[in-house]
Ligand binder design. Structure first.
Ligand code: CA
Length: 233
């Protein structure tokens, strides 16, 4: 049964789609305590309607759900050009591989069991990135042009559809072409996490970016160190 608890959503409304009541409760309580409005759906088939109706600031999406599963929900949203930030909650590592492999445009994920504090930090991070202060002057590195003010990215004449996280990661690298950043630096600068969170998150998003940028990708891997955006020629 859907529950609606909105104690003054000072920080925006979060839609939580989670079929396990105990987990949904923990998420709801912790988000509410952090100042978010929360709406919970327990059945996958209700998720898309809830997104359209409530226009949440972000969605916390369990992968394993009755009805439409989390992956199908995210795929349908992105298919509709809906780029509401999505944070997946997964039960197993192979689900993470599926999320990454399918290039669903997920903004982040946490694996069960997760600490509520970590989950709230991730939500805050996703929102901070998507609502960040825009920067002026489009910038070009190699074949990629990034307009931070309008949050648009082009390769030659094609505009790319990037998630908020992918955009911010690319923008951060392109702001300082040639400079090498470690995964830990990218994690703290782009995501704003402390180092307790695995750096695999960075690799996952670099892989998603490269898949979308294709041959135009300016991102170079510096083995044993990290990543840099460089003019390729
Ligand atoms: Ca589940």
């Amino acid at each position: 049964m859907p529950t609606d608890a909105r104690p003054g959503p000072a920080r925006g409304l979060i839609l939580v789609v989670e079929d396990e009541p105990a987990i949904a409760d923990v998420i709801r309580l912790n988000l509410a305590k952090a100042g978010y409005g929360v709406h919970v759906e327990h059945h996958g088939d209700n998720a898309l309607d809830a997104v359209r109706r409530l226009k949440p600031a972000a969605i916390i999406l369990d992968v394993g759900l009755p009805g439409l599963d989390g992956i199908e929900i995210c795929r349908k949203l992105r298919g509709d050009q809906d780029w509401t930030p999505v944070l997946f909650v997964t039960a197993r590592d192979d689900e993470v591989d599926r999320i990454v492999g399918l290039e669903l445009g997920a903004d982040d994920y946490v694996t069960k069991p997760f600490s509520p504090r970590e989950l709230v930090a991730r939500v805050t991070g996703v929102l901070r990135r998507t609502q960040g202060v825009p920067e002026p002057a489009p910038q070009t590195v190699g074949a990629v042009t990034l307009d931070a003010g309008q949050r648009r990215v082009f390769t030659d004449n094609d505009e790319l559809a990037l998630t908020a996280t992918e955009f911010d990661l690319l923008a951060y690298l392109m702001r300082r072409p040639g400079r090498v950043f470690t995964r830990e630096q990218l994690l703290s600068q782009v995501w704003g996490y402390s180092s307790v969170v695995g750096t695999r998150t960075v690799d996952v998003h670099i892989a998603q970016l490269r898949a979308k940028l294709g041959g135009a990708s300016p991102i170079r891997t510096i083995r044993g160190v990290g990543y840099a955006a460089e003019n390729t020629s």
